[in-house]
Design a protein around this ligand. Structure first.
Ligand code: FES
Length: 131
């Protein structure tokens, strides 16, 4: 069966360690440049659907900007779930504290799923993605 790759972006559109969101055939995808290796993952976080391109990439580890769940972009595995807000010794105002407590109770029941990955290849300065 022939592999169906789609031309996505030029390799020089993402700096080393950078990410770029793209839409291909209705799929929201983030392309990651991990030391010159290009990985492609679904754009939406496996926790609560935040856009993962707003997060940070450290090697192959992508951290969601919303609640800091982490994913391995080489295989999509969810490595850790959300991190609760931590104010250290500072006590938040009562209304904010109650709000955060309620959010924490709700989020406790939300499972962080692994994310979809897409096969990539680089040819002649272009990144191709197989949908
Ligand atoms: S939406 Fe990404 S960690 Fe919550």
């Amino acid at each position: 069966m022939p592999e169906n790759f789609i031309k996505a972006i030029r390799t020089d559109e993402i700096a080393l360690g950078g990410m770029k969101p793209v839409q291909l055939d209705g799929n929201e995808i983030v392309i990651c440049n991990c030391g010159g290796n290009y990985y492609a993952v679904q754009q939406r976080c496996g926790h609560m659907n935040a856009p993962l391109d707003k997060g940070t990439l450290d090697g192959i580890y992508l951290t969601c900007a919303m609640h800091c769940a982490q994913f391995d972009v080489s295989n999509g595995e969810a490595l850790s779930g959300p991190v609760p807000a931590d104010f250290g010794k500072e006590i938040p105002p009562p209304m904010i504290g109650q709000y955060l407590q309620n959010i924490g109770m709700l989020m406790k029941h939300i499972h962080t799923k692994s994310i979809r990955t897409y096969k990539t290849k680089v040819e002649a300065g272009w990144v191709y993605i197989m949908l």
